[in-house]
Design a protein around this ligand. Structure first.
Ligand SMILES: [Zn+2]
Length: 307
């Protein structure tokens, strides 16, 4: 197989806390029946969540990775503010603490479910808009964490992605997966941490924990349980010198907004204290990449099989 460079992992000089955000407004639910219900949430995201979230990141000096749906780069004269958001992308770029902007494809396409030609159009279309905006990019988050067409992804200039976290329930049917996820939160089960690993020529920086939205029955889960879980993830990353990768959508903060943002603040502030004490680094995804993909440095890269 062409790019089967085996699995290699990247050893880190320090544990790392990484935050990535899937920024999509209405694009994330366009193909779903509950799309209409999401409209009001996306309006809240725009008006009540976005700036406060950016402010929290800045206050703790955290550079996060914003995986942005390409169509959001457009403004379209203010029509469809839930499908276009050049103004918000500009605010991310003006954040006093630099934020990374990565891809979430052009229209929120599930890469593993489309043809090669469609995948090319999605990524080239995204890259064209990003270049027009003067952005450099290296990171991608696959919509619905559904990877595909690694060769096209590489050719479009990406070097890393957020992989699916490993869970004990991943292969179970959907109701069991939901239950498993709930159980993980209720018991504040320590999230997985990991090292970046090279897969099909792309660095996988696996997700560790979704900051679960307070939608539906999940609104009854107290926010402090999410905070406790995240703290356990940070501790585990420090103990193993690995990456604790927290992720969510800004839309996830549109229910119980004050409590959810306050939970994030507590996680960010603790991570910042650990960073300031020298215990870990807080880095966006692309800052985890080794200097050069083609010639991995032997001292930092080694076969996973030897671990
Ligand atoms: Zn998404």
């Amino acid at each position: 197989m062409k790019h089967s460079i085996a699995t290699r992992t990247l050893a880190l000089s320090k544990p790392v806390f990484t935050v990535s955000l899937d920024f999509e407004l209405l694009w994330g639910t366009r193909d779903r029946p509950y799309n209409e219900a999401f409209e009001s949430l996306c309006a809240i995201e725009r008006e009540k969540v976005f700036d406060r979230l950016l402010g929290l990141l800045a206050a703790s000096r955290i550079s996060a990775t914003w995986a942005v749906v390409g169509k959001l780069f457009l403004q379209d004269g203010g029509r469809d503010p839930l499908l276009h958001a050049a103004d918000l992308v500009e605010r991310i770029r003006r954040c006093p603490v630099p934020q990374e902007i990565g891809s979430h494809t052009l229209t929120h396409a599930e890469m593993g479910k489309i043809s090669r030609r469609e995948a090319k159009a999605e990524l080239e279309g995204w890259a064209r808009l990003a270049r027009l905006a003067g952005l450099e990019y290296q990171s991608i988050v696959f919509p619905r964490n559904c990877p595909g067409h690694a060769d096209v992804v590489r050719e479009s200039g990406f070097r890393c992605f957020r992989g699916q976290e490993r869970t004990w329930y991943a292969a179970r049917p959907r109701p069991l997966r939901r239950l498993g996820h709930l159980l993980d939160i209720v018991t504040a089960r320590t999230p997985q941490t990991a090292l970046p690993r090279l897969e099909d020529g792309l660095w996988n920086i696996p997700g560790s924990m979704l900051y679960t939205p307070a939608f539906g029955v999940r609104r009854f889960l107290p926010v402090w349980l999410r905070v406790l879980r995240a703290n356990r993830g940070l501790d585990r990353a420090i103990g193993r010198r690995e990456v604790f990768h927290l992720w969510f959508h800004p839309t996830d903060l549109t229910r119980r907004t004050d409590a959810m943002l306050d939970g994030l603040r507590r996680i960010f502030e603790r991570a910042a204290r650990l960073r300031d004490a020298g215990a870990l680094d807080i880095l966006p995804m692309r800052a985890l990449l080794p200097p050069d993909l083609e010639t991995p440095r032997e001292e930092v890269v080694h076969d996973a099989a030897h671990r």
